[in-house]
Design a protein around this ligand. Sequence first.
Ligand code: ATP
Ligand code: MG
Length: 382
Amino acid sequence: MREKNIPPLLSNGEISEKLDIPLQKLEEAYCKGIIKYYKEHGVKALQFRKSLKHIESGTMVTLGDEMEVIRGFPKIRRTLMLYPALEKHFQDEIAVEEKMNGYNVRIAQVDGHIVAFTRGGYICPYTSRKATEILDLDQFFQDHPKMVICGEMVGTLNPYVSHCYPEIGKLGFRIFDLREKLTNTPLPIIAKRKLLLDYGLEPVRLLGIFPIKEAPEKIMEIVRELGVNDREGVVMKDPQMQLEPLKYTSSQAQDSELEYALSYPFDLAQAFLFSRIIREGFQAYEMGESSDELRERALRMGESIIYPMLNTIHRVKEGEVAAEDLIIEVDSEEEAQEFIRHLRDLKVMATLAEFKDGKAVIRRIHQSTTDKINNYLQGGLY
Ligand code: ATP
Ligand code: MG
């Protein structure tokens, strides 16, 4: 009975061999929902909803004319203390790239079409359209069909993580990795940058390559400066890309995430709060700040907790729904509706609030926040 639902392609051994995972494990994973059959926007694939052995969550096995594996983007772990974590983790030198605050996109050529996958392995129609508008990728994929371009979609007209970068404006794409489809092997830092330059494609900023002894101090200074300019932080990488990268973020980045989470306290805050507070504690310790600097940090952090929450309570009291408006540029109302359907597939509740002059306002509703605040305002007990 059980086997009946398993797509025959999963059971014919080819995928098992390619991924180096026993057939039985794959079938079990399919039955448990770890692997799902995916068919959207002209692509048929097996989608890894969670990781399975060495295969990352977000991996897609596309089932078109040619079967191909597009691996998920690996999770990047975080340092809380630059010293001694960097010294323990890296060898000789550390390449420091800017960490851009947007959303992760993998772009690959699938059956001759250029497709953009978001983190979980979903094809986002908006992202796919914009990626090909922003970037001229034909020549690159003609020459390198087995590569995956990994980068961050950034800017203000960004439906997932809207952040203002003066050099980007509405929407832009910055590339941080070039990886091989099946193996997920990344190119070394310098080779990656050279290849991107050859094709006129824009990489993230490389902020320096430092000997390991100097790195913590240099990076702390870089991150402090990034923070002051409202920028997120850094990803530290082995120049050869043989070791796992690590990330480290600015105090201001922590605060802006707190601000966002506390705007929708009953939908987001629990998942966000603890880790951001811990990051601040260790950064304050390592930066060895003066009492004035420390007070400034404490104040900023407190403000990013209290004000947004208070603002939302007021709004709900006035009868509003706790919702955030995302703006995207689309050619038609149908394109906006298509994007909303995509969000619904991701279990995000959203409606089209307005469509005018090529801009769609998508309203993302935070229901628990709305309901709970209403309840407490009416005397409900916590
Ligand atoms: P995860 O660590 O699983 O990716 P997350 O969604 O919390 O979880 P972030 O904290 O934003 O992600 O950090 C990792 C992400 O940072 C990457 O997935 C990538 O999208 C983004 N990123 C931005 N700039 C870079 C860069 N220069 N190198 C690598 N990743 C970068
Ligand atoms: Mg991010």
